[in-house]
Design a protein around this ligand. Structure first.
Ligand SMILES: Cc1ncc(COP(=O)(O)O)c(C=O)c1O
Length: 389
């Protein structure tokens, strides 16, 4: 391996949210979705080199950003993207908001699939739309699946304008299959609902699984969607605040551009562009090695929980470094569960109920850290569960 993901890096000294100064030192933070790994040297070198120049005024909007996003999709997932289809923003989340502003009137509806990333809920409600939920349903193995009958009912509502999809899905760890995506895409076309496919976790699929960009499936789907990507999760560069929307349909793209301009969100950051471009053009080997390492951490947790903490369940993770722990077997209220993890197991995880009521009884654990930290965390959890008697 070229990269040493075992290295323990002290992030407390780096103004980082995961370890914010008030965070108790005896609690292992495994919550917010960034990694504890050093970024590829190519990125650090590019940043250092640019930082040496003493002027940081408005940057030119070179086309390298758009070309880098297109390259990544082509090389990693076989999707032919024209750089002209790519839009810049300071995160992928603004594009959800732009989608609402461009394609929905106040009071219109947006379909989401809870339990799902909390901003999907908040952005919809805070921008004047109503939420329609199509909860994912667990099978006997804990795997989350789409209730297509319910989805169709939600999409056919004449006020439904948008479908916010998380693929791979945070926090249920699903990488949707081609068959699932086809069914979703066809239903959305049938009812004229635009798909916003948030694919920020696209690089993070485990060995037996594959990410399929929604728009790569067919020209019709491509014309009815925006695909959102960002190297931030994979390369640990979320602090540079970038994000890209790939919008093959010119009309949709022009509408989004109007919203971007109305919101004066067209400025780019020098270091954001540089890190984005470097990640997506020079760092393929890092993304590969990262997944090899995460596979080891993931297997460790899956086996450990199965063998030593059977009261907690974990479905087979297909993607993401965010593991969705089903803690309902501990028979605690959500408040008790949160307290238990923080005060007894000494682990800082995400509260599952923030992903929707469907997440009650669950906690989300980020394993993008050195394996030694994962081992420590699992031992702490085992001990704490044992003490429950
Ligand atoms: C599904 C999903 N979308 C978006 C984001 C945040 O994206 P950004 O920081 O680019 O706005 C996250 C971060 O965890 C995420 O999991």
């Amino acid at each position: 391996m070229r990269y040493n993901f075992d290295e323990i890096i002290d992030r407390r000294a780096s103004e980082c949210k995961k370890y914010e100064p008030a965070y108790p030192k005896d609690v292992i933070p495994m919550w917010i979705a960034d990694t504890d790994f050093a970024v590829p040297k190519e990125i650090t070198d590019a940043i250092k080199k640019r930082a040496e120049h003493p002027c940081y005024g408005y940057p030119v909007e070179s086309f390298e950003f758009e070309k880098a996003a297109a390259r990544w999709e082509k090389v990693r997932f076989g999707w032919n993207v024209e750089p002209e289809w790519v839009k810049y923003s300071n995160g992928v989340l603004p594009f959800l908001m732009y989608g609402i502003r461009a394609f929905a009137y106040p009071g219109d509806k947006v379909v989401i699939q809870p339990p799902v990333y909390p901003p999907f809920h908040a952005i919809t409600k805070n921008n004047g739309c109503q939420l329609l939920t199509n909860p994912l349903i667990q099978n006997e193995k804990g795997k989350y699946q789409i209730d297509f009958e319910d989805l169709e009912n939600k999409l056919k509502d004449p006020r439904t304008k948008l479908f916010f999809m998380s693929n791979p899905h945070n926090p249920t760890m699903r990488a949707f299959t081609r068959e699932e995506l086809i069914k979703i895409g066809e239903l959305c076309l049938k009812y004229n609902v635009i798909v916003v496919s948030d694919e920020i976790h696209c690089d993070l699929t485990y060995k037996r699984y594959k990410h399929i960009p929604f728009a790569s499936i067919s020209e019709e789907f491509a014309q009815n969607c925006m695909v959102l990507i960002n190297p931030s999760k994979t390369f640990n560069i979320a602090g540079f605040r970038t994000g890209a929307a790939i919008i093959p349909n010119k009309k949709l793209r022009d509408n989004i551009q109007i919203i971007i301009e109305n919101n004066k969100n067209y400025g780019r950051t020098i270091f954001g562009m540089l890190s984005f471009i470097t990640a997506y053009t020079e760092c393929d080997d890092y993304a590969d090695e990262l997944m090899e390492y995460l596979e080891i951490n993931k297997d460790y947790v899956v086996n450990f929980i199965q063998e030593k903490i059977p009261r907690i369940k974990l479905a087979e993770p297909e993607a993401t470094y965010l593991l969705w722990l089903d803690c309902r077997g501990l028979n605690m209220s959500q408040e008790e569960l949160k307290k238990f993890f923080f005060e007894k197991a000494k682990l800082g995880l995400n509260d599952g109920s923030t992903f929707g009521v469907e997440g009650t009884g669950f906690m989300r654990m980020n394993i993008a850290c050195p394996k030694s930290t994962v081992i420590e965390a699992m031992n702490q959890l085992e001990r704490a569960v044992k003490e429950l008697g």
